[in-house]
Design a protein around this ligand. Structure first.
Ligand SMILES: CC(C)(COP(=O)(O)OP(=O)(O)OC[C@H]1O[C@@H](n2cnc3c(N)ncnc32)[C@H](O)[C@@H]1OP(=O)(O)O)[C@@H](O)C(=O)NCCC(=O)NCCS
Length: 223
């Protein structure tokens, strides 16, 4: 851990290894609420990671890169070269184990989580979620960096590495979905040549923020 305001100069980006799984899950949970910890809206970070990031760790480990500072993984970029449909399939493969753990009461599922599931279901039914299905941009991308390590070029280095990797694999384009509140991410993506594809207001976050939020889908061609 570094002190607030202290800049960390030594970090590097490298390919993900299976031993990084717990660290990637940690970064995922630590940054889930617009860069803040998941506990703002969900009780159990293991369940949150099992549903959200575990499918990528299972099915697409070769497409993950991590940033390491000292011995600690402080950020990641990950995605699927063929987009969300393949991620949903990986999630389905994990679902029986997740359901079993839920039945065995291994997760803490309280009012916050139930409200989050309900808000997502409502947003889905009202068509308020954004999923990009554009053959020009088949791959998807998720990236997060731990709070104390932001603003030092780590996010840019991770995303550039992922874009190069996809290019080498012959993927024609990549997309992502973020929100108007992820200001650093918007700046970063736009400066890397991502173009706005679609936008939509969603009420998923209304219980926590008291207002709707604009979802933004971006795409970038890779050849
Ligand atoms: C988005 C994120 C991954 C970027 O990682 P990072 O290591 O902070 O990124 P970098 O240091 O490489 O670059 C950040 C850029 O955003 C800029 N920036 C930082 N805060 C900003 C803000 N509030 N508004 C606008 N730009 C901002 C920086 O100046 C820098 O731009 P520059 O390279 O042109 O100077 C990281 O900030 C993060 O995890 N944020 C919280 C969660 C999140 O938004 N994840 C992305 C979800 S799609």
């Amino acid at each position: 851990m570094i002190a607030p305001g202290e800049r960390l100069s030594r970090w590097s980006v490298r390919q993900y290894r299976p031993a990084d799984a717990a660290s990637v899950r940690h970064v995922y949970a630590e940054t889930a609420f617009f860069g803040e910890p998941v506990e703002a809206f969900f009780e159990d970070r293991e369940l949150f990671a099992d549903l959200g990031v575990a499918p990528y760790l299972l099915a697409f480990p070769e497409h993950i890169f991590v940033a390491q500072a000292g011995a600690q993984v402080v950020g990641y970029v990950l995605g699927s070269p063929s987009g969300e449909a393949s991620v949903h399939r990986a999630r389905l493969r994990l679902l029986p184990a997740v359901l079993l753990r839920a039945v065995l009461l291994r997760y803490r599922i309280g009012r916050r989580s139930l409200r989050y599931f309900a808000a997502n279901l409502l947003a889905f039914l009202h068509g308020e979620l954004l999923e990009v299905r554009d053959p020009r941009f088949p791959a998807n991308l998720h990236s997060n960096v731990l709070g104390p390590y932001r603003g030092q070029g780590i996010g840019r280095a991770l995303i550039c590495r992922y874009l190069e990797h996809l290019q080498e694999a012959g993927v024609p384009g990549v997309h992502l979905v973020t929100t108007e509140l992820n200001e650093a991410a918007l700046h970063l993506y736009e400066s890397l040549g991502f173009e706005l594809l679609a936008q939509r207001q969603t009420n998923v976050w209304r219980p926590y923020l008291g207002r709707s939020v604009l979802l933004l889908a971006y795409g970038r061609k890779l050849r």
